[in-house]
Design a binder for this molecule. Structure first.
Ligand SMILES: CC(C)(COP(=O)(O)OP(=O)(O)OC[C@H]1O[C@@H](n2cnc3c(N)ncnc32)[C@H](O)[C@@H]1OP(=O)(O)O)[C@@H](O)C(=O)NCCC(=O)NCCS
Length: 189
């Protein structure tokens, strides 16, 4: 039987009661060690996998939809009020800041004969974050984007294209401003 080690201490937790534990069982997969704030809104649990030591902070919304999936790998944290929609695969040791939006799919806008509301969806393959990525506050990541290992996305960026490993991108649309491999290491850091 699954045993959930619910967070004690640093992060407020999903309520420590049987009803919440039953809720966790609805996921496609959920680790035994997760930290999920009780205000988190989750839709389509059956399409969501969450691995060990994932931290999901206050007000996060996760909504893969019926045909897509969300995967969050080990030791990754989602900051307050982040929204994860559509097909989004998030690797290990990632830090996602507050109010980040992942739009792993969108509305179809090409059919003028129908309202966009009834025109269906458009999909470019979803979003992939490799490992050790840092996404700054208020960034938006669009469908079809892959963010490489060790990359940094600046606060407030709108990421429309793939981001190379170890790049630092910022702005709207996000452009490369630095490469982490060129930065000097300060003693003691
Ligand atoms: C992207 C980031 C890491 C870059 O930090 P840095 O390496 O110290 O960058 P610098 O301050 O040297 O800025 C380099 C250039 O990029 C620009 N820049 C930096 N961050 C930017 C951003 N988020 N959006 C647009 N431009 C940005 C700077 O204005 C500067 O431009 P200039 O050369 O024309 O003067 C940082 O600015 C950032 O956005 N951090 C995220 C903070 C955050 O959201 N924290 C949440 C914690 S949970």
């Amino acid at each position: 039987m699954k045993k959930f080690l619910l967070s004690r201490g640093r992060f407020p937790t999903i309520a420590n009661n049987l009803a919440q534990k039953d809720l966790l069982k609805k996921f496609k997969k959920c680790s035994e060690i997760v930290h999920i704030h009780e205000t988190v809104q989750i839709h389509d649990h059956q399409n969501i996998s969450i691995e060990d030591n994932v931290v999901i902070q206050v007000g996060v919304v996760m909504q893969p939809g019926r045909k897509r999936k969300i995967t969050i790998d080990k030791n990754t944290s989602l900051g307050p009020y982040t929204v994860v929609m559509g097909h989004v695969i998030i690797g290990k040791f990632n830090m996602i800041g507050p109010h980040v939006v992942f739009t792993g799919g969108t509305h179809r806008i090409t059919n003028l004969k129908k309202s966009m509301r009834s025109g269906g969806s458009s999909f470019k393959g979803g979003i992939v974050l490799e490992d050790d990525v840092f996404i700054g506050a208020n960034a938006t990541i669009l469908d079809g984007v892959k963010i490489g290992r060790g990359a940094v996305v600046g606060a407030g960026s709108v990421v429309t294209k793939n981001v190379d490993s170890y790049s630092i991108v910022a702005g709207v649309p996000a452009k490369k401003i630095k490469d982490r491999r060129g930065l000097s290491v300060i003693e003691g850091e």
